[in-house]
Design a protein around this ligand. Sequence first.
Ligand SMILES: [Zn+2]
Length: 238
Amino acid sequence: MRAEHPPAEQAIELAGCRIPYRLRRSPRRRTIALLIDDRGLQVAAPLRAPQDAIDALLREHARWVIRKFGDWQRKRPLPRSWIAGEQVMLRGNALTLELRAGVPRARQDGDRLLVGAAPDAAAIEASVHRWIKDEAIRHFTDRCRDYSTQLGLPEPAVRLSNARTRWGSCHASGRIRMNWRLIQLPEAWIDYVAAHEVAHLRQMNHSPAFWQTVATLVPDHRELRAALRREAHRYLLP
Ligand SMILES: [Zn+2]
């Protein structure tokens, strides 16, 4: 039997701040755990953990919770309304969303992104996502082909991923997955992720030899990696 406990939105007041959180109870958990992820504060608790115990843990870690929650609020991407005039990022450049009747498929026109006028935001969002994923797979495939050629390796099969926490991954069979959200970031950052994954085709680890291979493809990989860690959240579409 499986017990489904849909996460409930709760809140606690800590040092005068109202901190909303999602509580997820699970029969497999033995302890209460606090976590900040891209959705905010999450509390994982055993099925029968009393609310007092959850509150006590949140109070005990109040400073950490307030600091991390504040970081999350500052970093979280702005909610989108999918209306004309909004900006959509492509390879580090801002395109302005323009709704135009009779445009069958979203397409770029200079610094504008033309999208067919649709009756609701969801349809516009779907159209933009279709377009951006097409752009992503084309660009990622190009970059990975270029780097694999430089290393004298066969061209890898590139697929898109939808992961929330990672930009890329590489499978021993020669398959590379890259997060479609990456296509919003500056090209040099995309290059770093592509080079990193292609280098894994030669070294399936993060040994010094691996980083040496990355450096032959992208000499300033250290700076790019740091920039990606620091800034990438600004480019994440919700
Ligand atoms: Zn890696």
